[in-house]
Design a protein around this ligand. Structure first.
Ligand code: RIB
Ligand code: CA
Length: 323
């Protein structure tokens, strides 16, 4: 029975903190953004250079929100480059403009913010009635700068969920995942943050794959579904798919925040190597290391409920989007 958009009623996750997103849209970021909008209380989006340059990730963020009828969500432009490293992008996987073959041309109505997230968010969060949660699905450059600008971070953040890294494996080098490879110093700073950090890395995002049949179903879900189906088709054909389906890394990370019970977690003290051939590699540090707290690392996942949740989220958002 194909998933009919009309029958989809989704439960919004009411017992979760309000969410701020930091992304490098990017095709799997787009899927993650739409799932988050459908289920979570998304208060803001920052973009960072990663899959493509900052101008494109910023424009893509604004366009994706407009297409979904959510231009109410403010978008902040973040970092143009990693803290020390030169920028490394992935147009071969995400397309020249970050959305497959698509290049947005529609004007965006929402005002373009000029402050950076690390300038704006500390004051904003201090005025929030409750602590917020940050979900980061691009290189960690913005998040590291934010942590340096956020005095007493633990007061304002319930935690940070990070798509990045891997205990085993890599997709840029044999041992380094893209987000941590692009800005290893920022990734290391985030894994040493004085707030709860959950790392959702390739260990689970390579396992929980979206079947091609789900991508085909989305194509019938209006403008939002068509955009995702086209973009994910490009993404899958350009390297992020195997026979079992597509690795939709960032959408799995959003799901891990909303439903941690579908994942198996292990506490690990971690650092990220920045030097030479080990750039971006996650290494375990001894439990006695006093300069960092354990990170909650996703080491296994139940693919079925994760993919069902993502699809129901997208169907709901597509149904509610302007026609
Ligand atoms: O390694 C996968 C990650 O790198 C995802 O966030 C993808 O969007 C790219 O940014
Ligand atoms: Ca991303």
């Amino acid at each position: 029975m194909p998933l009919s958009r009309r029958c989809v009623k989704v439960s919004r996750s009411h017992n979760l903190s309000p969410v701020y997103l930091d992304m490098d849209p990017g095709i799997d970021d787009a899927l993650a953004l739409y799932a988050a909008l459908a289920r979570l209380d998304v208060r803001g989006l920052a973009t960072v250079a990663g899959n493509v340059d900052l101008d494109r990730t910023f424009e893509n963020g604004r366009q994706l929100l407009q297409l979904a009828g959510r231009s109410d969500v403010p978008v902040w432009p973040g970092s143009r480059a990693p803290i020390f490293m030169s920028l490394h992008t992935a147009p071969e996987i995400h397309g020249p403009h970050g959305m497959g073959a698509r290049e947005f041309s529609e004007p965006t109505a929402a005002p373009a913010l000029s402050e950076t997230p690390w300038q704006a968010w500390p004051a904003l969060w201090s005025r929030e009635p409750e602590p917020v949660h940050l979900i980061a699905t691009g290189p960690m450059t913005n998040v590291a700068k934010l942590l340096w600008c956020l005095p007493e971070g633990e007061k304002h953040l319930t935690g940070i969920t990070v798509m990045g890294g891997a205990v085993e494996g890599g997709n840029v080098t044999p041992t380094a995942e893209f987000n941590f490879y692009v800005d290893p110093e920022a990734a290391d700073a985030v894994l040493a943050a004085p707030v709860p950090v959950s790392m959702v890395g390739l260990d689970v995002t390579w396992k929980a794959r979206m079947p091609w049949s789900d991508v085909e179903r989305m194509a019938h879900w209006g403008a939002v579904g068509q955009l995702l189906a086209d973009a994910l088709g490009w993404y899958g054909r350009h390297g992020e798919a195997v026979s079992e389906g597509l690795a939709v890394h960032d959408a799995v990370a959003v799901t891990a925040y909303a439903h941690p019970e579908w994942f198996t977690w292990e506490p690990m003290k971690l650092s990220v190597r920045a030097d030479g051939r080990w750039r971006g590699t996650v290494v375990r540090v001894p439990g006695t290391a006093s300069d960092r707290r354990p990170v909650r690392v996703a080491v296994d996942v139940e693919t079925g409920p994760v993919m069902d949740w993502i699809m129901e989220s997208v169907a709901h958002l597509a149904d509610a989007a302007p026609k």
